[in-house]
Design a binder for this molecule. Structure first.
Ligand code: ADP
Ligand code: ADP
Ligand code: ZN
Length: 214
């Protein structure tokens, strides 16, 4: 099964991926995590992506599509995967479709997590991420059991440089201009499953699993 998580920055894609990977037995592939990992390692991909990410702009399609297709070719994706943060443009959606079609595969479902804009800013500005396993937390909504430490792996938590209010607003503008058209694109393809992401984390998880099993 190939599942796409679609939604604005801060909608809860990474948070819901924690439950979905466990319940569906699929790996999560996060384009943002892959870019950050490449930066940490000092890899060329990381350098290419850095200036775009700092500004809150999208990394060019060509670079992003290549990175994801390479990751999808790994053995742990043979049975499918959960794509988090990709595709973010129509060009990326078409690139993915064509690559899957060559292997007689296709996207099964697109889970669209819908959240109001004011809530998104609050979520992004209070987000903390595990440096080691990338699990997201929130100072108020989803705090770790021990301050500054990841529940899952004990790793150190940090705030992303692009989670300031200013850059978050820029990322939301980019989302509405370049990514939101994908909602209609996948709805027309009959693949869109929409959930109300304004509610609590567990409620959204329950609703998502129920909607996906239909
Ligand atoms: P969020 O979880 O807040 O939505 P991500 O971690 O997915 O943020 O992305 C962080 C940044 O990485 C984006 O602002 C963008 O610069 C870059 N990025 C991630 N995924 C993509 C993509 N599919 N296409 C282009 N740029 C991307
Ligand atoms: P995305 O991957 O879509 O950018 P995240 O999963 O990283 O979003 O969530 C953004 C922030 O909002 C995190 O701090 C997370 O703990 C918090 N969060 C996620 N889902 C919810 C929810 N349903 N209610 C309240 N806070 C949430
Ligand atoms: Zn961790």
């Amino acid at each position: 099964m190939y599942l796409i998580l679609l939604g604005a920055p801060g909608a809860g894609k990474g948070t819901q991926a924690v439950t979905l990977t466990r319940e569906l037995g699929l790996v999560q592939i996060s384009s943002g995590d892959l870019f950050r990992e490449a930066q940490k390692k000092g890899a060329e991909l990381g350098l290419l992506a850095k200036s775009y990410m700092e500004k809150g702009a999208l990394v060019p399609d060509e670079i992003t599509i290549k990175m994801i297709l390479e990751r999808l070719a790994a053995p742990d994706c043979a049975r499918g995967c959960i794509l988090d943060g990709f595709p973010r443009t129509l060009e990326q959606a078409r690139g993915l479709e064509q690559a899957l079609a060559k292997q007689k595969k296709s996207i099964d479902k697109v889970l669209y997590i819908k959240v109001s804009t004011e809530e998104l800013i609050k979520r992004l500005s209070g987000r903390w991420i595990c440096r080691n396993c990338q699990t997201p937390y929130h100072v108020v909504n989803n705090p770790p059991k021990v301050a500054g430490k990841c529940d899952a792996c004990g790793g150190e938590l940090y705030q992303r440089a692009d989670d300031t209010v200013e850059t978050a607003r820029k990322r939301l503008d980019v989302y509405f201009a370049q990514t939101a058209p994908l909602i209609d694109y996948y709805r027309k393809a009959g693949k869109l499953v929409e959930v109300n992401g304004d509610r609590g984390i567990e409620e959204v998880a329950r609703e998502s699993l129920a909607a996906l099993s239909q």
